[in-house]
Design a protein around this ligand. Sequence first.
Ligand code: HSE
Length: 433
Amino acid sequence: MCMTLDESAPVRVALLGAGVVGSQVARLLTENSDDLRARVGRAIELVGVGVRRTGIERPGIDPALFTSDLESLVSRPDVDIVIELIGGIEPARTLLLAALSAGKSVVTANKALLADHSHELFQAAAAARVDLYFEAAVAGAIPIIRPLRESLVGDEITTIMGIVNGTTNYILDQMTAEGTDFAGALAEAQRLGFAEADPTADVEGDDAAAKAALLASLAFHTRVRGSDVPRAGISDITADDVAAAKALNCTIKLVAVCSLSEDDRISLGVYPALVPNSHPLASIRGAYNAVFIESRSAGRLMFMGPGAGGTPTASAVLGDLVTAARNRLRGVPGPGESTYAARSLMPAGEVTSRFYVSLEVVDVPGVLAKVARAFADHQVSLQIVRQEGTGESARLGIMTHVAATAAITATVADLEAMTDVRSRVKILRVAGM
Ligand code: HSE
């Protein structure tokens, strides 16, 4: 391990990326330098900032620190800790593997990289006896990685249910509060800077799936990759769906659900779900994130706060930086990868939940009986059946008891083959009930 041996020497930091989060990390490193020195026991010195293009004015950062040679920066002999905030898989993966191999500790917010490559990064960190910290990779400022890796590591977590994407929570909240349709709420989110110009990764659930993989890996001590997480996004949620949820005393939220089944397998999914208004996650408004945990000893826990944004995310990065700096000075790295349990993942078709199924039918005698028969044929039990409208067509809203995804998929195929069914059959899960 490349320790800072000189007792008066600062802990030297290289920052990759000077965007929304990186610029705030650089600012806070300067503004809070006295407190950081007191907390670490050494000064923390920013010695280089790696960017794609130098020569752009970035207020608050000494221009002399900028370099576009990121490969050299991460292996510079005087650098102790590399903070990676450039995102994406490459070149971040290669740069961080180089940094770890060169004995630098790493702090990163890169959930996409970790969701697919955490094993090789953890292996490189363990080989060099250095740290890999990533609090900012999930739910921005909310402390959730450290609670899972440290505070709750003596407990057994059974369920994690999180709102881990602020863009989609903002859009769904707008649709719920204002009755806006998806396109209008997305446009508003983009206008206010909550949604990116290309919102695909957020609205289709990919961002939340990467975060779910990280949470599940830590909670269940098993290697889970982003591609292991079945996902559905929110782009086909309509104002009618939101209204139907309200009528059932529920709110539609994009949730990441990771749980342990009775036979000790891991069940995973990211999907828009009806969350009962009595559940703590239903009250999370705007672009906020929240993670709800159930564990055998601690019981129910909820963590909430800003899930994105420059300064909130920089808070999580600086927390990791202080921890990594303290560990280096003590010569003892923090926790590494924990995948000893190697639990198996439940196939998507076996994952169970309650479902809300809605469809338009011809409103004539016997149709409801035929619809109910389709559910019964696949052993799906019904809890609530509501009908709106009469005449040529009526809308049925059906809440099921707990059923396997495959049984619902087969039921929907049968329903869509019926001549009495006038629309596509829409299914939403019910979570937290
Ligand atoms: N795009 C993410 C969100 C923030 O909307 O929550 C970064 O993970």
